[in-house]
Ligand binder design. Structure first.
Ligand code: NAI
Length: 345
């Protein structure tokens, strides 16, 4: 064991105050992160930083053995170089996605671990919440009845029963989403270059999925192959009146192409928990500022677009699980154990 808390009679007579704990710096932390990690952590001295991790803040990790970061931190080559220079030994992502980490730059220098599955249910349930809200316009009904406006005009939805839902990416979250959809009596088709081979899912080609789906829900990771998987040519192939749901990563959708498809009424509604350029906005209260992203402003101005700020994961169960697995990943590293959740090239 390379360090950590010295427990019970292993502590050579030292009391708790004399035990030197390894330091882990957490970037981009919010009160809910502090609550969930403090509830479980005993073995590390955690330094919580509000700042995001990027080349200008990476030096704050000086003297820390580990760094814990999140989805909108900028962990490119420059950041990694500084962390390595400062002696950081492990980068623990407290997220499933790691598209913001330059894995090539980290390879062989800084092990990167992540939390591969903290609650696929949280994300899949949020995707369904977005779809149901968009379809039945409960966001509008809520505002109306609070103003004593009990009119139904403009609130017409569709039966989901009998419609076709196209799922892109049938990993952990995509499969839970499919299970949830089954309860609605919809036809499900899916696309995944690595299909599950249990015969439970009806896989089709991507073009067929675009052509047949009344709802398209994205559950694939962001990779060079999935970047802008929904672009103008994809929207052109879709049925008029399709619903688009994205709880995966913003850059899976070309936002300008989505805006055009919304303007042409090709898309009946879009539920977005992620946005291509979210890093400057999401997770922060920007209500007092001028948003200088015209595409985001235009999307937000559409009554048939619902944007949530990357909150699909945000359940109590998921937060506890993130804290537990992240601390276990760090513990495994310092104990010299095999890293079950290491991100490899
Ligand atoms: P997973 O790794 O279990 O599944 C991803 C699936 O996508 C795999 O089956 C894979 O074969 C498939 N895939 C890979 N390339 C593809 C392509 N070109 N086209 C279609 N499918 C492709 O991942 P999981 O846990 O289901 O998560 C999916 C994504 O959800 C994550 O990558 C992450 O970006 C996002 N996510 C979002 C959260 C949120 O709060 N909004 C929280 C957690 C994850």
């Amino acid at each position: 064991m390379k360090g950590n808390k010295i427990k019970g009679n292993e502590n050579n007579g030292m009391n708790e105050d004399q035990i030197v704990k390894k330091k882990i710096i957490f970037y981009d932390t919010k009160p809910y992160d502090i609550d969930s990690f403090d509830r479980l952590n005993q073995q590390y001295e955690i330094i919580y930083q509000e700042a995001k991790l990027n080349p200008s803040t990476a030096r704050l990790a000086k003297g820390c053995e580990g760094v814990c970061a999140f989805v909108n931190d900028d962990i490119g080559q420059a950041t990694i170089d500084i962390l390595v220079e400062e002696g950081v030994q492990i980068l623990a992502m407290r997220s499933a996605g790691y598209s913001n980490v330059d894995i090539k730059a980290a390879a062989g220098r800084l092990p990167v671990v992540r939390v591969p599955a903290y609650s696929p249910y949280a994300v899949a349930e949020h995707a369904m919440a977005l779809l149901l809200t968009l379809n039945r316009k409960t966001h509008k009904a809520y505002m109306r009845t609070r103003e004593f406006n009990f009119s139904l005009i403009g609130l017409t939805g569709l039966d989901l029963h009998g419609k076709t839902v196209g799922v892109i990416g049938t990993g952990k979250i995509g499969r839970v989403f499919i299970d949830i959809c089954r309860g609605f009596g919809v036809n499900i088709i899916a696309y995944d270059p690595y299909p599950a081979n249990d015969g439970a899912i009806n896989y089709v080609g991507l073009d067929e999925l675009f052509e047949k789906s009344d709802v398209i829900s994205l559950h694939a990771p962001l990779t060079p192959q999935t970047r802008h998987i929904l672009d103008k040519s994809a929207f052109d192939k879709m049925k008029k009146g399709v619903f688009i749901i994205n709880t995966s990563r913003g850059a899976l959708i070309d936002s300008e192409a989505l805006l055009a498809a919304l303007n042409e009424e090709k898309v009946r509604g879009a539920g977005l928990d992620v946005y291509e350029e979210e890093a400057d906005f999401f997770f922060e209260d920007r209500s007092g500022s001028i948003i200088k992203d015209d595409v985001l402003s235009l999307l937000l101005s559409r009554p048939n677009v619902i944007i949530t700020s990357h909150q699909a994961f945000f359940t109590e169960e998921a937060l506890s699980s993130i804290a537990e697995v992240t601390l276990q990943n760090i513990e495994d590293y310092f104990a010299g154990r095999e890293l079950a959740n290491e991100v490899k090239l």
